[in-house]
Structure formats: C-alpha cells, structure tokens
Design a protein around this ligand. Structure first.
Ligand SMILES: *[C@@H]1O[C@H](CO)[C@@H](O)[C@H](O)[C@H]1NC(C)=O
Ligand SMILES: *[C@@H]1O[C@H](CO)[C@@H](O)[C@H](O)[C@H]1NC(C)=O
Ligand SMILES: *[C@@H]1O[C@H](CO)[C@@H](O)[C@H](O)[C@H]1NC(C)=O
Ligand SMILES: *[C@@H]1O[C@H](CO)[C@@H](O)[C@H](O)[C@H]1NC(C)=O
Ligand SMILES: *[C@@H]1O[C@H](CO)[C@@H](O)[C@H](O)[C@H]1NC(C)=O
Ligand SMILES: *[C@@H]1O[C@H](CO)[C@@H](O)[C@H](O)[C@H]1NC(C)=O
Ligand SMILES: *[C@@H]1O[C@H](CO)[C@@H](O)[C@H](O)[C@H]1NC(C)=O
Ligand SMILES: *[C@@H]1O[C@H](CO)[C@@H](O)[C@H](O)[C@H]1NC(C)=O
Ligand SMILES: *[C@@H]1O[C@H](CO)[C@@H](O)[C@H](O)[C@H]1NC(C)=O
Length: 331
C-alpha cells in the first residue's frame, strides 16, 4: 500500500514537472500562424504582447485551447486601444466557440463575411465598439450560436429575419445601435427556443407584428424606439413573460382591455407611451418587483391591493387623471 502510494505520488510529481515541457508542443501550427496574422491586422496592440513565437500559443493571453485537440476555442479582449477593423483571419480559427470583443471603442468596419466559416461559434460578442454597417443576415448560418451580443455599436439597417432560424439562441442583444425598420414578422416563429431579446435604444418603428402573439417570450426589452401598436399580445394567462420593458415608444392602446397578466410577470415598464384607459384590476394580483406606467394618458383609480400602493408615486405620475394612493385621492 505504502509503496504504491509512494509510486503514485512520484508519478504525479513527474507529470507535474514534465507536463509543461510536453505542453510546449500543444499549439496547433495553423492556429499559431493565424493568430500572428490577427495580431498584425490589429496593429500589434500591447494587449497581445504575450503572442510571440517563443511560447506556446495555448499559453498566450486572451486565447484558450481545448484539451482534446489543442485547437483555439476562445478569443477574448476586454478594453484595449485597438484601432483597426475586425480581422478577416479570425475566420481561420475553425474551432472557435467564443469570440468576445468588448470596449474596443476604436474598432471599426463591418462584421466580416468570412465569419460564416465559424460554425462552432456559441458566443459572439462585439459590444462597445465602433463597428458599423448592417447586422449581417449571414449570422443566421452560425447555427451553434447561443449568445449574440452586438449591443453598443454603430450598426444600422434593419434586423435580419434570419436570426430567428438560430436553433439554440438564448440571448439576443442588439440594443444601443442605430437600427431602423420594424421588428421582423419572423419573431413570431423562432425555430428553436425563444431567446431573451434586447432591442432598446434604436430607431425601430412600425407596429408590433401580430405573429408575436403566438410566442412565449421571457425577457423583452423594446424600450426607446418608435414602435407602435398594441402590446397586449404579450400578455394573457398562459404567457410566460417575466420582464417587459416597452418604455419610451409610441404605443397607444386602451389598457382597460388587457384583462389577464401571466403570473410569471415580475417587471413591467410602460413609461412614456400614449396608453389610455385605466389600470386593470388584475395588476393588483401580481407580484411585480417593478411597475412603471408614468407619462401616459391613463385615467381612473389605481387599483387597491397587492403591491400597487408600495410603488413610488413616480411609477404613476404624469398621466391624464390617475388617482388614488400613492397619488392624490380621487375626487
Ligand atoms: C481612439 O483613437 C483616437 C484617435 O487616434 C485616440 O485619441 C483615442 O485615445 C483612442 N481611444 C481609445 C479608447 O484608445
Ligand atoms: C490609442 O492609440 C492611438 C493610436 O495608436 C494613440 O494616438 C492614442 O494616444 C492611444 N490612446 C490611448 C488612450 O492609449
Ligand atoms: C466611429 O465611427 C464613426 C463613423 O462610422 C466616426 O465618425 C467616429 O469618429 C468613430 N468614433 C471613434 C471613437 O472612433
Ligand atoms: C448605414 O450607414 C451608412 C454610413 O453612414 C450609410 O451609408 C448607409 O446608407 C446606412 N444604411 C442604412 C440602411 O441606413
Ligand atoms: C419607418 O421609418 C422609415 C424611415 O426611417 C420610414 O421610411 C418608414 O415609413 C417608417 N415606417 C413606419 C411604419 O412608420
Ligand atoms: C406557452 O406556454 C404555455 C405554458 O405556460 C403553454 O401552455 C403554451 O403551449 C406555450 N405556447 C407556445 C406557443 O409555446
Ligand atoms: C390556458 O391554458 C389552459 C390549460 O392549458 C386552457 O384550458 C385555456 O384555454 C388557456 N387559455 C387561453 C386564453 O389560451
Ligand atoms: C377602454 O376600454 C374600456 C373597457 O372596454 C371602456 O369601457 C372604455 O370606454 C375604453 N376607454 C376609451 C378611452 O376608449
Ligand atoms: C418611472 O419612470 C419615470 C420616467 O422614466 C421615472 O422618472 C421614474 O423615476 C420611474 N419611477 C419608478 C418607480 O420606477
């Protein structure tokens, strides 16, 4: 027993000291070459100083290799003074699963069409950069995508319907761009599960497509656009919406006609729209962490009960004639 434990310890110790040596052979030569090209395209930024030929590329900072075939699977840069376009060469990392470029304010140009080759990509985040041009429809070909985050950029044009063909999409962030056009009809028919959707701070207009009434959304942020229509399609007893932000749009409908809200609803923000009628009594039956209906055209008494009187009066102010606690008593 003792001997075998001793042998075991020695083996582990040997492994521990020899592994780094054998690991110096890990890096795939093609990947190394590609990464060095990427570094050059990015203008040899200081953040990639560790990328030199005299060390194994699996040990370079900002990238990761997988343990099975030692190919580059992850490339991530947060905050850096990189002044260039997105290198086409990134598409020559065929095993890439995670690509994150965040807070690179001098990164410009468009999302390269070569990215269609990145079929293993699960996470694509290009956020807080200065990339521009359209959201390419070819992103619909990246069937492994779970997270697509293109928020806080300079992207324009409309939302391509092809994004709804991504079967595994869980999160879609297109907020804080310059997007125009309407929400595609296809958002009423995601081919996989329905992702959490963030489209705020754009110039989206048009009415909410009727097709959306068939979908069980969970997280939906449409705030700060120019959208119109009736958002009651998102509610109803059998819906699953949890957080809905429709604030600062042009929504105009009679709130009294919305009879039922799903029990799942935890946050509802409708401020700065043109919603009229009165607050439905069923709101009082909900356990909302947040409710804001300020800056609309609502009238009548705030329903009593539940949490309705616990929200700050600013949740209700600037309406046509809402009254009752926490606002002034009705006359
Ligand atoms: C972006 O580039 C401009 C002009 O070259 C420079 O002044 C600025 O510092 C850069 N921004 C960042 C965050 O590095
Ligand atoms: C960023 O890089 C540009 C050009 O390479 C340089 O002019 C600028 O001073 C840098 N800014 C910062 C904040 O390092
Ligand atoms: C971002 O790009 C726009 C043009 O697309 C340009 O006018 C602006 O100066 C750029 N900003 C930075 C910080 O590079
Ligand atoms: C997007 O912005 C570019 C540059 O400002 C412009 O040339 C192009 O027409 C815009 N595209 C759309 C669809 O607005
Ligand atoms: C949406 O805005 C565009 C201009 O950006 C305009 O041409 C179009 O008519 C608008 N559509 C609707 C339905 O308001
Ligand atoms: C939406 O969710 C409910 C359960 O909360 C379910 O009964 C209904 O079939 C779902 N609808 C769709 C279109 O998936
Ligand atoms: C909600 O679901 C229940 C049970 O699945 C069903 O009986 C009812 O008709 C549904 N109501 C609506 C408005 O779809
Ligand atoms: C809103 O709908 C309610 C209930 O259907 C109705 O009684 C009321 O007159 C409507 N209000 C307006 C301003 O149309
Ligand atoms: C409701 O929204 C308005 C407008 O953005 C804001 O001023 C107010 O503080 C908000 N109140 C609550 C309780 O969220």
């Amino acid at each position: 027993m003792k001997t075998s434990f001793f042998t075991f310890t020695i083996t582990i110790a040997l492994l521990y000291f020899t592994l780094p040596l054998s690991m110096s052979q890990r890096c795939n030569r093609k990947d190394e070459k590609t990464l060095l090209r990427i570094k050059k395209s990015l203008g040899n930024p200081r953040v990639l100083a560790s990328w030199t030929k005299n060390s194994d590329c699996c040990n370079w900072e900002h990238v990761e290799c997988d343990l099975y075939n030692d190919r580059i699977t992850s490339f991530t840069i947060f905050s850096s003074n990189i002044s260039s376009r997105i290198p086409n060469a990134i598409a020559n990392l065929p095993y890439l699963e995670t690509l994150i470029f965040r807070k690179l304010t001098n990164l410009t140009g468009q999302i390269p069409a070569t990215f269609t080759k990145l079929t293993h990509l699960k996470t694509l985040t290009i956020s807080w950069t200065n990339i521009s041009g359209p959201i390419p429809s070819f992103l619909g070909q990246l069937k492994s995508l779970k997270t697509l985050d293109l928020s806080f950029n300079n992207l324009n044009g409309s939302i391509p319907w092809e994004l709804t063909t991504l079967p595994d999409l869980e999160t879609l962030h297109l907020d804080r761009n310059r997007l125009t056009g309407s929400i595609p009809d296809s958002f009423g028919a995601f081919s996989g599960k329905v992702p959490a959707i963030y489209l705020s701070h754009n110039f989206l207009n048009g009415t909410i497509p009727k097709s959306l009434s068939q979908v069980n959304f969970t997280w939906l942020d449409l705030s700060r656009n120019r959208l119109k229509g009736d958002i009651s399609v998102f509610f109803g007893v059998n819906k699953t919406i949890e957080a809905a932000d429709f604030s600062r749009n042009l929504f105009e409908f009679n709130f009294s006609t919305v009879k039922e809200f799903p029990a799942s609803l935890a946050s509802l923000d409708l401020n700065h729209n043109r919603i009229y009628g009165s607050l439905p009594h069923t709101l009082a039956g909900l356990d909302l962490q947040k409710l804001n209906v300020s800056y609309n055209r609502l009238c009548g008494e705030i329903p009593a009960g539940g949490k309705m009187q616990s929200y700050d009066s600013t949740a209700y102010f600037h309406n046509r004639c809402l009254c009752g606690s926490p606002l002034d008593a009705c006359k």
